[in-house]
Design a protein around this ligand. Structure first.
Ligand code: PLP
Length: 421
């Protein structure tokens, strides 16, 4: 870091300020986390410099001995941790992993059945502005209006009516467990492949806090930077008979040179996730989300689907008469970072939303537990109710920001010397 401060003080300042930003607020964005200093060290390493197109032992460049070792360790650790027959650790991101999975299992024009975007599906699950909606024929399933849980009967009806090539489950904002066995049965009945997009929850699977999709899915795609606490990136797990198709769909079909520093970082994170402490972490993430939910209910917010089994809560704010957009802005003023969210069957525009999505992976990494979750729920409740256009509201948000900052600083994710050696 000393060399960066000397050579580029402007960017050094940005990095220091970002560290302060992360330490000075409550980071409750459900897709974020604090990766370990060991992962950050791998990311800042000279493996960044290496071109290693291909796979271990079959590279298109010389000098890949260390790249091979890093990738073999990452693949072996992923296979072991998840009990998967094959792992590809090269996808640059979750979206890249999904592109490769589509390419491995389907052809342009094929029907793909996935959760509707407005009910929690991801951009890559058939959005018109994404490759998945432009090149494939998406059919969306929804959650039931009364329970707000996946309506498996509707999924089955749609699968039998449209005969998709690929069925996708896994979402960005679904707080309940997904019945992978049921999806498998539906896929078998309809003659479809089953892809589980475990981007959000693969870390809970790694920590044995929720059931694994691996025994049921043809292909599992995921990110490595959310609960799994690795570098930004993606990964694909699959059965041995699909290994070659998946590998070819990553390279050479959709990517060229892998980011070997990120692959090394993934190996580090996968080792950390296999340590016994990670199971305690994953279980605490869920307990914290449940404690947070109880606190939010006490603040007058309604949890979508009646609660959570995972790392996130989707809170309906309509009882409070505040939109998701306003709540997000007020919370940000109070140093509480979370997302606005459009709820299933939301009458508001998607950019406004009637809800907020709140996740516990980051604050749990910081060491917070149920007691802190109750405090966070109170802070969120007070921030959402504060009217920033009144003097008292602005003062209240200012005071809440001091409290949120104080709480966050009491549980620092990093010491400066750990990340800027
Ligand atoms: N799939 C799901 C379900 C996600 O939630 C996300 C990101 O949040 C992705 C895929 C895409 O991951 P990335 O942002 O790494 O491309």
């Amino acid at each position: 870091f000393a060399s960066l401060e000397r050579d580029d003080p402007e960017i050094a300042r940005v990095l220091l300020d970002e560290l302060d930003r992360q330490r000075d607020g409550l980071q409750l964005i459900a897709s974020e986390n604090f990766t370990s200093p060991a992962v950050l060290a791998a990311l800042g390493s000279t493996l960044n410099n290496k071109y290693a197109e291909g796979y271990p032992g079959r590279r298109y460049y010389r000098g890949c001995e260390q790249a091979d070792r890093a990738e073999e360790l990452a693949v072996e650790r992923a296979r072991e941790l998840f009990g998967a027959e094959h792992a590809n650790v090269q996808p640059h991101s979750g979206a890249s992993a999904n592109l490769a999975a589509y390419a491995a299992l389907a052809e342009p024009g094929d029907v793909v059945l996935a959760m509707e975007l407005s009910h929690g599906g991801h951009l890559t699950h058939g959005s018109r502005v994404n490759f998945s909606g432009k090149w494939f024929h998406p059919i969306g399933y929804r959650v039931a209006a009364d329970t707000e849980e996946i309506d498996y009967d509707e999924v089955r009806d749609l699968a039998l009516a449209h005969r998709p090539k690929l069925i996708i489950c896994g979402s960005t904002a679904y707080p309940r467990l997904i019945d992978f066995r049921r999806f498998r049965e539906i896929a078998d009945e309809a003659g479809a492949y089953l892809m589980v997009d475990a981007a959000h929850f693969i870390g809970l699977v790694a920590g044995r806090a929720i059931p694994s999709p691996v025994p049921h899915a043809d292909v599992v795609t995921c990110t490595t930077h959310k609960i799994l606490r690795g570098p930004r990136g993606g990964m694909i797990l699959c059965r041995a008979d699909l290994a070659q198709r998946v590998d070819k769909a990553v390279f050479p079909f959709s990517q060229a040179g892998p980011m070997m520093h990120a692959v090394a970082g993934k190996a580090v994170a996968l080792r950390e996730a296999a340590l016994p402490g990670f199971q305690g972490y994953a279980r605490q993430v869920v307990k914290n989300a449940q404690a947070l939910t109880a606190g939010l209910v006490a603040e007058g917010m309604r949890p979508v689907a009646g609660g959570t089994d995972t790392h996130l809560v989707l809170a309906d704010l309509r009882e409070l008469g505040v939109t998701g957009c306003d709540a997000e802005a007020r919370c940000a003023e109070a140093q509480i970072l979370l997302n606005r969210y459009a709820l299933p069957y939301d009458p508001e525009r998607a950019t406004v939303g009637s809800g907020i999505r709140i996740g516990t992976p980051g604050v749990t990494t910081q060491g917070m537990r149920e007691g802190e979750m109750r405090t966070i729920a109170e802070l969120i409740g007070a921030a959402v109710r504060a009217r920033p256009d009144s003097v008292s509201g602005a003062e209240a948000l200012h005071e809440l920001a001091a409290q949120a900052r104080g709480l966050a600083r009491g549980f620092p994710a990093y010491e400066r010397q750990e990340v800027f050696a």
